[in-house]
Design a protein around this ligand. Structure first.
Ligand code: NAG
Ligand code: NAG
Ligand code: NAG
Ligand code: NAG
Ligand code: NAG
Length: 298
């Protein structure tokens, strides 16, 4: 539209110049022209203005086009650079690189690789940790279920169900990361029976607290209790008077569980323990806070 408009305008201008040139030759014509041409001049002036505005608009849109072309070529250049870098990272098209560029590329790759490796190790470590946790948890579960099944009244441990997470069972507390049972509190559950000398829970070697107090356990305490080398608290009090701890087991326990802070053996028959063995308690003198022993006379 604009273009057509301008062409018309130029034609009009040319014809007006032709008229202007002829005015010298013909004054009469000039007269008639000036008298008659006032509206024509105005129209021409308006067309001139419009044309100037229109060429302005054209130059603006031309500038825009130039700008976008520059932008586009900038993006193209960037894309080409990224594609080149990508090829360089893959070890391709290296012949165009200078020694300095190669060194730069090398150090970038080394930094990136070390980050990738450390992330890989982290991921791997997390996977291993998770699998270890599940395996520890599974092992603990089977040990605890065996213990439960050794009683005539297993219904007391009703939350202890095969197929569920044993760390959520009543009386069981696990380490969040490793899944090892750390704390086993079976106090006051009316558990009754001779779970000794082959008590399975003594294989939970990460136990830090074991409370079997106020039940009806009887018989010799298994010497395997000495495997609980990480025990900090052991409570076997208020069980049957026929619950016994012999010298051998006592010696091993005291020598291995060197972190014991609480040792409650009230009511446990310790009459078989020699005087010299009792003095082993001095091993624990640095850790022991609370000691309850009441030897039952035989
Ligand atoms: C627990 O369940 C699994 C699979 O269902 C079985 O193999 C295992 O013997 C069960 N453990 C106990 C102690 O019942
Ligand atoms: C075990 O649980 C009983 C009662 O549920 C509580 O009195 C006792 O302090 C607990 N033992 C430990 C070692 O936390
Ligand atoms: C514990 O030992 C007794 C005999 O010594 C045996 O009859 C029983 O099956 C054993 N229990 C477990 C859980 O191994
Ligand atoms: C001492 O504790 C460790 C770790 O639980 C165990 O391997 C070892 O057999 C225990 N020693 C004795 C004499 O029970
Ligand atoms: C152990 O010590 C007590 C009291 O000190 C003493 O009466 C007893 O005879 C001793 N027993 C042995 C086997 O030495």
């Amino acid at each position: 539209m604009n273009c057509l408009f301008c062409v018309m305008l130029r034609l009009l201008l040319l014809s007006s110049q032709a008229v202007d040139a002829s005015e010298y030759a013909n004054n009469k014509f000039k007269y008639s022209f000036t008298t008659n041409s006032t509206p024509v001049r105005g129209t021409i002036d308006r067309y001139k203005k419009a044309c100037a505005a229109s060429t302005n608009a054209e130059s603006v849109s031309e500038a825009n086009t130039q700008f976008y072309q520059q932008e586009a070529s900038k993006f193209k250049r960037q894309i080409r650079d990224i594609q080149n870098l990508n090829r360089h990272i893959l070890g391709e098209a290296l012949s165009s690189l200078s020694l300095k560029e190669l060194k730069n590329l090398e150090s970038r790759l080394e930094k990136g690789l070390s980050r990738v490796r450390s992330r890989k190790h982290e991921t791997l470590f997390a996977d291993i940790e998770f699998m270890q946790k599940r395996s520890n948890e599974g092992l603990s579960r089977s040990v605890l279920l065996l213990f439960k099944n050794s009683f005539n009244t297993p219904s007391i441990l009703e939350t202890w169900i095969n197929g569920t997470v044993c760390c959520e069972w009543d009386g069981v507390t696990c380490d969040i990361i490793s899944g090892h049972v750390m704390d086993l509190n079976l106090s006051l559950l009316n558990l009754q029976g001779q779970s000794y000398p082959n008590c399975t829970i003594f294989s939970l070697s990460h136990l830090q607290q074991l409370d079997l107090s106020s039940n009806y356990f009887f018989g010799d305490i298994s010497s395997t209790i000495s495997h609980l080398s990480k025990l900090q608290s052991l409570d076997l009090s208020f069980n049957s008077v026929r619950m016994r701890l012999d010298s051998y087991t006592w010696n091993k326990l005291i020598q291995n569980a060197t972190n014991l802070a609480e040792l409650h053996l009230g009511g446990v028959d310790m009459s078989f323990i020699e005087n010299s063995s009792m003095s082993l308690l001095t091993y624990l003198s640095s850790s022991l806070i609370s000691l309850i022993i009441s030897q039952t006379p035989n």
